[in-house]
Design a protein around this ligand. Structure first.
Ligand code: SAM
Length: 248
């Protein structure tokens, strides 16, 4: 099976290593069912990542990238095409994802694929861009455990730009009180959350959130020392840029 994204990025999904899926069109693919239910999310995510990648490319020459949660490598393909990094480390602990990363990116110059727990990986050299595409994340994760904080500390110490996916927007209305308690401020809107989150990051690391692009289920935050405050926040609704191409 192949996934075609934004009409120009192709991801080949290799044969499943675990239990076979019997969906008629996508027999033998581990992610067919999963992907079918997520086409609109993946479309929005890819559109936003491409937008942000172009924005970074205008500001800075990106030589090194680390992606902590590589997944299928959709974002990796976008970074490769636009930024053409010299070194691109991509981590994922899932065997099927890792196999997909290897199929699609394994033979590219400068790409290093790691099949391990990303939260145990420590940088010891500068990177231009660190991308943290979590399955689920909000500011609450930063306040969680000492080992998570040490991991974040390491990332902020070595990275020029940090791009984080934040899923809090999906259930924001249910969690306002939790954020109010954390920040000890009035939080009525997602803008309030961003502003407090940005000040929180500035207090901890000297970095601010410069851009926030989102759709209904997830936002992507571009964070760097060079930003003094939020430059732009924008909502996207780009549901139709992903196609599954069956293989039988
Ligand atoms: C939201 S997906 C990333 C999607 C990816 N950006 C793409 O373009 O396909 C998150 C990925 O993180 C991986 N993951 C979650 N926790 C991890 C961990 N602690 N270490 C390594 N990988 C992890 C999951 O296996 C999953 O593939």
């Amino acid at each position: 099976m192949k996934v075609m994204i934004l009409g120009k990025y192709t991801i080949e999904i290799p044969q499943e290593q675990g239990k076979p899926i019997t969906n008629k069109r996508f027999i033998g693919s581990p992610y067919a069912g999963y992907l079918k239910g997520r086409l609109s999310d993946i479309s929005n995510e890819s559109f936003i990542i491409e937008h942000i990648t172009r924005l970074i490319a205008k500001e800075h020459k990106v030589n090194t990238i680390i992606e902590y949660f590589g997944g299928l490598g959709i974002c990796s393909k976008i970074f490769q095409a636009i930024l053409k990094p010299h070194r691109h480390i991509i981590i994922d602990w899932d065997t099927n994802c890792f196999e997909t990363l290897r199929t699609n990116l394994g033979n590219l110059n400068g790409v290093e694929l790691l099949n391990q727990n990303a939260m145990k990986y420590r940088l010891n050299d500068f990177v231009d861009l660190a991308f943290l595409d979590f399955d689920k994340f909000s500011v609450l994760h930063l306040d969680e455990r000492a080992d998570v904080n040490r991991w974040f500390n390491n990332i902020f110490s070595w990275s020029k730009y940090i791009l984080i996916s934040d899923s809090s927007i999906a259930k924001f209305h249910l969690n306002k009180q939790t954020y109010r308690d954390l920040f000890d401020k009035t939080i009525n809107s997602f803008e309030d959350y961003l502003s407090c989150f940005s000040n929180y990051l500035f207090g901890l690391y000297g970095y601010h959130i410069g851009y926030c692009y989102h759709f209904s289920r997830c936002s992507f935050l571009l964070i760097a020392r060079r930003y003094q405050s939020l430059q732009e926040m924008k909502k996207f609704n780009e549901k139709k840029h992903v196609k599954l191409i069956g293989s039988r």
